[in-house]
Ligand binder design. Structure first.
Ligand code: PLP
Length: 380
């Protein structure tokens, strides 16, 4: 299907094509010098000591759990309203994800109060997902982490470049995981990154990403080593040089593209204010400079979401939902107990619709989307 206004579109051009061609012509395809440059540039952009590139955001989350020592029997508190990988990574290491509510209809990030009510002697960590590129309440979560001696992992898949109180997403937890999946603000198709200020964790993550080996094929190619030891049960979670080359170009565009996303989001908010209170607009007032990854709205109570999305589709406008809550999935329902005790997640997850947002979108596109919403819902 060709959309007149798609949910997302890449900002790709000759720069990306040339970067990949340069790698192909260099005849070195697996993790090497380009990946090192991408890691350095990414660490600098987040203001952290270390960045470790990996194959995707899901394995970044897996390594984040291993990196801070989550073990079987531990509990890790995660939002119910997030992509399934935020919880799956906890299960990969034999621990139990405990699902907390989000804050309110105006703020779909994790609720510190809900998290605190779920802390037990087995709780080891909290995974903070910066929903939509909007920062979680970091002062509140830092206070909770100090009070209960918990570790903080950031799931920053939506938030590359997001800032709060002068620092950036990726620098707020012990370790953070990013995704460069095709629809992300920094897109390389597949791809991910871990960030941390901790030297030991960084070294451990680097070993785990490549079979637990003490040297890399790249080191051996450069004549720096001819053998290796295996010190940990590791994985092959490495990125390719093509991916890292795309990442470097996309990173250079990130701040300008995030600024454009903020402008488009502001335009949405201004126009959607005329459809209030029937249409709810989360994050109309959120601290810091968000990455504005997605544009969520809440349909009026009692609307039929599939009909609404179909009507938008008929006009060539693509919409989506973020997210079907994890505790309702078949693979989670039995152990997670559904949405009991998560009233905000229950209320918003059936009404949320995600509108198109991407840096190349125009203000006219935004006007057309909002006009279509008002006509379909007959509000205003
Ligand atoms: C919040 C969140 N966490 C984790 C992931 C997993 O990232 P990936 O698709 O790169 O494995 C995604 C994205 O797809 C995501 O949106």
């Amino acid at each position: 299907m060709t959309w007149r206004i798609p949910l997302f579109d890449l900002d790709y051009g000759p720069e990306e094509e040339n970067a990949v061609l340069d790698v192909l012509r260099s005849r070195w395809l697996t993790m090497g010098e380009v990946t090192q440059r991408f890691e350095q540039a990414f660490a600098e952009s987040c203001g952290v000591k270390h960045a470790v590139a990996v194959a995707n955001g899901t394995v970044a989350l897996h390594l984040a759990c291993l990196g801070i020592g989550i073990e079987p029997g531990d509990e890790v508190i995660v939002p119910a309203l997030t992509f399934v990988a935020t919880a799956a990574c906890v299960r990969y290491v034999g621990a139990t994800p405990i699902f907390a509510d989000v804050t309110s209809e105006k703020d779909l990030t994790l609720s510190p109060e809900s998290v605190e009510s779920l802390i037990t002697p087995r709780t080891r960590a909290i995974i903070l997902m910066h929903y939509g590129g909007y920062a979680c309440d970091m002062p509140a979560f830092r206070a909770l982490a100090n009070k209960y001696h918990l570790k903080l992992i950031e799931d920053a898949a939506h938030a590359p470049g997001a800032a709060l109180d002068g620092s950036r997403a990726g620098s707020w937890g012990q370790v953070a995981a990013f995704s460069f999946f095709s629809n992300k603000n920094l897109a390389t198709g597949e791809g991910g990154m871990l960030t941390t200020d901790d030297d030991e964790i960084a070294a451990y993550l680097r070993r785990l990403r490549s079979h637990g080996m003490t040297t890399l094929t790249w080191d051996r190619h450069r004549g720096h080593a001819w053998s290796y030891d295996v010190t940990d049960l590791g994985y092959n979670y490495r990125p390719s040089e093509m991916l890292s080359a795309l990442g470097l170009v996309q990173l250079a565009k990130l701040d300008a593209n995030n600024q454009r996303r903020r402008e488009l989001t502001a335009a949405y908010h201004e126009l959607l204010a005329e459809l209030a209170p029937q249409v709810g607009v989360p994050f109309a007032d959120h601290p810091g400079a968000p990455a504005c990854h997605i544009m969520p709205v809440l349909l009026p109570e009692g609307s039929h979401r599939p009909d609404f999305m179909d009507a938008m589709k008929t006009r060539g406008i693509q919409t989506s939902i973020h997210y079907p809550p994890i505790p309702e999935f078949t693979a989670y329902r039995a152990t997670a107990g559904g949405l009991d005790g998560l009233p905000v997640t229950r209320a918003v997850s059936s009404r949320e619709v995600t509108l198109p947002l991407y840096s190349r979108m125009t203000q006219d596109d935004v006007r057309e989307v909002v006009q279509s919403i008002s006509e379909i819902l007959r509000v205003r």
